[in-house]
Design a protein around this ligand. Structure first.
Ligand SMILES: *[C@@H]1O[C@H](CO)[C@@H](O)[C@H](O)[C@H]1NC(C)=O
Ligand SMILES: *[C@@H]1O[C@H](CO)[C@@H](O)[C@H](O)[C@H]1NC(C)=O
Ligand SMILES: *[C@@H]1O[C@H](CO)[C@@H](O)[C@H](O)[C@H]1NC(C)=O
Ligand SMILES: *[C@@H]1O[C@H](CO)[C@@H](O)[C@H](O)[C@H]1NC(C)=O
Ligand SMILES: *[C@@H]1O[C@H](CO)[C@@H](O)[C@H](O)[C@H]1NC(C)=O
Ligand SMILES: *[C@@H]1O[C@H](CO)[C@@H](O)[C@H](O)[C@H]1NC(C)=O
Ligand SMILES: *[C@@H]1O[C@H](CO)[C@@H](O)[C@H](O)[C@H]1NC(C)=O
Length: 627
């Protein structure tokens, strides 16, 4: 109808404006004629569109002007909000009859650091945004990340057609407006707080308003980080269309209601993390077979991890961390072959099933800080074999036996296994893992387990606080010599004996071999990248040569040779370090005088030369010594 009207208008206008030219048009040859006609038509169509552009409904215009008056106008948000046609303003979407159907202010800058803020107009009387309730045709309202500061508008119950309300990441004071419950057409409701990132001092703890029970059409509900108290509202179990329910980082308590599992079978995302929920996982959760993302991290949940977890085969993300789940990890967990994130850390779990090896898609597996006992199943080597690098944390448990030599697939990039009871030796396939922490175990065997891989990928290896004894083994120097980006090696607090291989000092950035029984002289090295060298508490003897210091001058930051048997004078280049902040040479048998230049190293903040046999003045700058 409108377009037919438009076309006849167009032809009337064409006649009026081009009346005289119709004749010359008729005289044109036909091909020219048609191209000219097309150009003219397009031109007039564009005019038509302009002249027919919706004119904002006066009441809607007034409501928006009033909304704007609640802020000190910031160019970024309201710079275009001038003129008498709100349908042409930024963020405003009108129907063909000029009614506002969408107001979508989403601050893209806030996601990347400092962002413009819609600053509240302190002389404005009334609730900022209250007039939004007059936009009765509104279907979409997004006020995201504008750091809206003040109470939430209280007129949402007038928005009977509103289908999406997204007001996440604002700086609201008070709590959720009960009026939202009256917007009964809502399909998407997201009001996530900012407290995860910023402080929001005006927000008050409060329960979810009971009016929200009316929002039966909801498909997505997100109310994270809003200081919500009370129990999980059981009426939410009537929201049978829900696919996403995110109530994380609140103060909700009590049991997780069984009706979630019975009624909300469409859920794909369920996030109840960071609350105070207690009790066990309801058995009805076995019906949540559409779940892709289940996050119950940081609650007070207990009982065992149910075997039916293996029925939730769509799961990609599962976190039950930081609860009090006990008993063995059920073997059925191996059915979750789509998982790429599994966090069961900080619980009381007792056993790792061998089926864990079926989780080939995992990129993150944390079982740290449990009561895990027994051996590490060799199947662990298969975990993540189809992902691009697995983070694997089993630290702070009571796992024992030797570590299986199964890391050859090369897809594990981080292996944190510190603070367990592992015995035996170091499986050489671990040289294919980038970051390995086996500190504080009972490893005692230096015999090679397996063979050194051709292209080791190790960048950081921590073997501190084990029971390793004997000379530093050749496989270790071979790994350090051949790994492409080896940076850190910590073998402190063991019982290593014999000399320090020069290759370690030549290739590493950080080397801690303190608290061993290493002996012999400081090796003669040609070049070094060392930033940190801690050889304290060993039996190293002989002189510190100027060649030794010479190769360390450029990069050295932290140097500790204390509690050894070093003798002779300090080399003349002792004062030439460029970056040195910390030097401890105490408890040796160094003699001669201390070069003045040493104390004048501008970066130096800690220097201890005490308990040597120096003559003359011995400087000793010392903040608290370390244990
Ligand atoms: C602030 O609010 C007052 C009172 O409503 C209004 O007169 C004034 O125009 C507003 N200022 C801005 C910058 O919007
Ligand atoms: C009015 O809005 C337009 C954009 O629609 C903008 O370019 C212009 O700077 C605004 N004028 C004023 C006076 O703010
Ligand atoms: C305006 O709203 C309609 C209906 O919701 C939507 O289809 C359209 O994409 C929106 N236009 C803009 C520019 O946001
Ligand atoms: C939120 O508002 C409070 C005042 O109520 C203010 O102190 C705080 O800085 C604001 N936070 C942000 C991130 O704007
Ligand atoms: C576990 O949760 C508590 C609060 O319930 C929190 O303080 C702690 O940081 C959490 N720990 C981890 C490792 O997430
Ligand atoms: C993971 O390792 C397997 C061998 O076990 C290999 O076939 C696969 O390509 C690797 N995946 C990636 C992403 O590197
Ligand atoms: C070296 O290891 C010992 C023992 O583990 C530790 O106390 C010391 O702080 C470490 N040195 C440095 C510089 O980190």
């Amino acid at each position: 109808m409108r377009s037919a009207e438009g076309m006849s208008n167009l032809f009337q206008q064409m006649e009026r404006m081009f009346g005289d030219s119709w004749y010359s048009y008729a005289a044109m040859d036909s091909s020219l004629r048609s191209s000219w006609a097309l150009t003219a038509l397009l031109f007039f169509l564009s005019l038509l569109q302009y002249s027919n552009a919706q004119q904002c409904d006066p009441n809607d215009q007034k409501a928006l002007e009033e909304f704007k008056a609640g802020f000190i106008t910031q160019d970024f948000f309201f710079g275009s909000w001038n003129g008498t046609n709100c349908c042409q303003w930024n963020f405003v979407n009108c129907t063909s009859t000029g009614r506002v159907q969408g107001l979508n202010i989403d601050n893209p800058f806030a996601r990347h650091g400092p962002a413009p803020v819609a600053e509240r107009n302190t002389s404005y009387q009334g609730v900022v945004g209250a007039t939004l309730g007059d936009l009765s045709e509104l279907r979409t309202l997004q006020l995201r990340l504008i750091l809206f500061d003040g109470p939430m508008p209280n007129t949402f119950d007038k928005l009977k057609k509103l289908e999406e309300l997204s007001m996440s990441f604002n700086n609201f004071s008070g709590s959720l407006s009960p009026s939202i419950g009256g917007a009964t057409s809502l399909k998407i409701l997201r009001v996530d707080g900012i407290t995860v990132f910023w402080s929001n001092p005006g927000l008050q703890p409060a329960p979810i308003p009971s009016s929200f029970c009316q929002l039966l059409n909801l498909q997505e509900l997100g109310l994270t980080s809003f200081l919500l108290t009370g129990k999980f509202p059981e009426c939410f179990c009537k929201f049978t269309h829900l696919t996403q329910l995110q109530l994380g980082d609140n103060r909700l308590a009590g049991a997780i209601p069984s009706c979630i599992g019975s009624n909300l079978g469409s859920l794909q995302i369920l996030d109840l993390s960071g609350n105070r929920f207690s009790g066990s996982i309801p058995t009805s959760f076995s019906r949540l077979t559409s779940l892709q993302n289940l996050n119950l991290n940081q609650n007070k949940l207990s009982g065992s991890i149910p075997s039916f977890i293996g029925d939730l085969k769509q799961l990609q993300f599962l976190s039950l961390a930081n609860n009090s789940f006990s008993g063995p990890i059920p073997p059925a967990i191996g059915n979750l072959v789509q998982l790429n994130f599994l966090d069961l850390s900080v619980n009381l779990l007792t056993r790792i099933p061998s089926e864990i090896g079926k989780l080939v898609s995992l990129g993150f597996l944390s079982l740290g800080r449990n009561n895990l006992q027994g051996n590490l199943p060799p199947e662990i080597g298969q975990v993540g074999s189809r992902s691009f690098g697995l983070f694997l944390d089993i630290s702070f448990n009571r796992l024992s036996g030797s570590i299986p030599d199964v890391f050859g697939s090369g897809n594990i990039s981080i292996f944190f296994a510190s603070d367990n009871l592992f015995t035996g030796g170091f499986p050489l396939s671990l040289a294919l893992v980038s970051n390995v922490d086996l500190s504080h175990n009972r490893l005692s065997d230096l015999k090679p387990v397996g063979t050194v891989p051709a292209a080791p990928r190790l960048s950081s290896l921590n073997l501190a606080r084990n029971s390793l004894s004997g000379p530093i083994p050749s496989w270790l120097t071979q790994i350090v010599a051949t790994s492409s980006d080896i940076t850190n090696l910590d073998i402190s607090v063991n019982k290593f004996t014999g000399p320090i291989p020069a290759v370690l000092l030549e290739n590493l950035f950080n080397f801690n071999a303190s608290y061993n029984q290493l002996s012999g002289q400081l090796p003669s090295i040609s070049t070094s990248k060392l930033n940190l060298l801690d050889l304290g508490h060993n039996h190293i003897s002989g002189p510190i040569t100027s060649q030794f210091f010479g190769s360390l001058l450029n990069m050295m930051f932290h140097l500790d040779l204390s509690f050894n048997q070093l003798s002779g004078p300090l080399p003349a280049n002792s004062g030439d370090f460029l970056e040195l902040q910390y030097m401890d040479l105490s408890y040796n048998q160094l003699t001669g005088t201390v070069p003045d230049s040493l104390e004048k190293i501008p970066t130096l903040t800690y220097l201890d030369l005490s308990h040597n046999k120096f003559t003359g003045r011995v400087p000793s700058k010392r903040p608290p010594p370390f244990p």
